[in-house]
Design a protein around this ligand. Structure first.
Ligand code: IPM
Ligand code: MN
Length: 353
């Protein structure tokens, strides 16, 4: 039997509650599809930092390199300085494990969940490929004359040829696996001239992939098109910062942050799976947060681990619950967190029986 070694970081806010449901689904998938699990739960997050002043000890971080995957709940808590724990955990995982692809599928399953008039599942089915290791995210901020009226603050947007080439290649390859084979490049090279690196590499590489139809949009226009004609998107590739922004917008098209999942990949190596949403501290401990995003992240993780059947079964279970009306709405509080977990586990077991 195949045994998958998975590190679990439940994290802050609603993280532990949604991860608990994700793990129930994972265990049920393992039982129904015949694979084993070797889980290591790591306690890191704001609570742990408050108690111990420790963010992510090196030894524990190193141990991740021998794992197959990492499942992350959410990080962020108003009791810690802004960005400290996010950068120390999510950032460090992405950068120090070189998880260079942030894959964020946006798929609307039922038109009831789309805020756009007249758009349905056939219109919203795209994958955003977000670069995950460069850009302003990994540059040191500099503050001169901090706190005075002469303050100057800066943080560079930095892109390398290698970092840009690999993410654009990954996006072309992803486009090749999809029926439409259409790829949009999103940058802002008309204003941020450094991003002409993206434009140039994209144009050059399109010659290697003649079957892929391409389009280039500046990020402002891309936001406009995602609302006006989401059906024009199949796969899109973009920088780290713009990818962060457009994937929140995209999440709303598929029903909101309650369902959006993502994979942080270093293809062939230990990779990280998480929801797109944050820690939602106001809802923590109330059993009201929607665990579907984490359950969808579990499905992406199973797919990555090679458990294709189990991955589709989880995906189908969620899809069935959303399209049949069993999940009435994705509004917070409509269903209890654990109730959705029950529904997914029941549907999964019924489909596997
Ligand atoms: C995301 C999050 C993170 C990001 C934060 C928590 C640093 O918003 O995964 O989209 O900006 O990448
Ligand atoms: Mn984000």
């Amino acid at each position: 039997m195949n045994i998958h070694r998975i590190a679990v970081i439940a994290g802050d806010g609603i993280g532990p509650e949604v991860v608990a449901q994700g793990l129930r689904v994972l265990h049920s998938a393992a039982e129904n599809f015949g694979f084993g699990l070797d889980l290591t739960e790591l306690p890191y997050g704001t609570e742990h930092w408050l108690a111990t002043e420790e963010i992510f000890p090196d030894e524990s971080f190193e141990s991740l390199k021998s794992m197959d995957a990492i499942l992350l709940g959410a990080i962020g808590d108003p009791r810690a300085p802004v960005g400290l724990i996010e950068r120390g955990i999510i950032g460090r995982l992405r950068w120090d494990l070189d998880l260079w692809v942030n894959l964020r599928p946006i798929k609307l399953l039922d038109e009831r969940f789309c805020p756009l008039k007249g758009k349905g599942p056939e219109d919203v089915d795209m994958v955003i490929v977000r670069e995950n290791t460069e850009d302003a995210y990994v540059q040191k901020p500099q503050f001169e004359n901090e706190g005075t009226k002469d303050e100057v603050a800066q943080q560079a947007m930095l892109y390398t040829y290698k970092g840009t080439e690999r993410i654009i290649r990954y996006a072309f390859e992803t486009a090749m696996t999809r029926p439409r084979k259409h790829l949009t490049l999103i940058d802002k090279a008309n204003a941020v001239r450094a991003q002409s690196l993206y434009t140039r590499i994209f144009a050059e590489m399109s010659k290697e992939f003649p079957e892929v139809e391409t389009r280039h949009l500046y990020v402002d226009a891309a936001c406009m098109r995602m609302i006006e004609s989401p059906e024009s998107f199949d796969v899109a590739v973009t920088t780290n910062l713009f990818g962060d922004i457009v994937t929140d917008l995209g999440a709303m098209l598929q029903g909101g942050m309650g369902v959006a999942a993502s994979a942080n990949l270093r293809p062939g190596e230990v990779s990280l799976f998480e929801s797109v949403h944050g820690s939602f501290p106001q809802a923590a401990g109330k059993n009201i947060a929607n665990p579907i995003a984490t359950i969808n992240a579990v499905a992406m993780m199973l797919d990555y681990l090679g458990e294709k059947e189990a991955a589709s079964a989880v995906e189908n279970a969620v899809a069935h619950l959303l399209t049949s009306g069993a999940i009435r709405s994705l509004e917070v509080g409509e269903h209890a967190t654990s109730e959705i977990g029950d529904m997914v586990v029941d549907t999964l077991c019924a489909s596997a029986a």
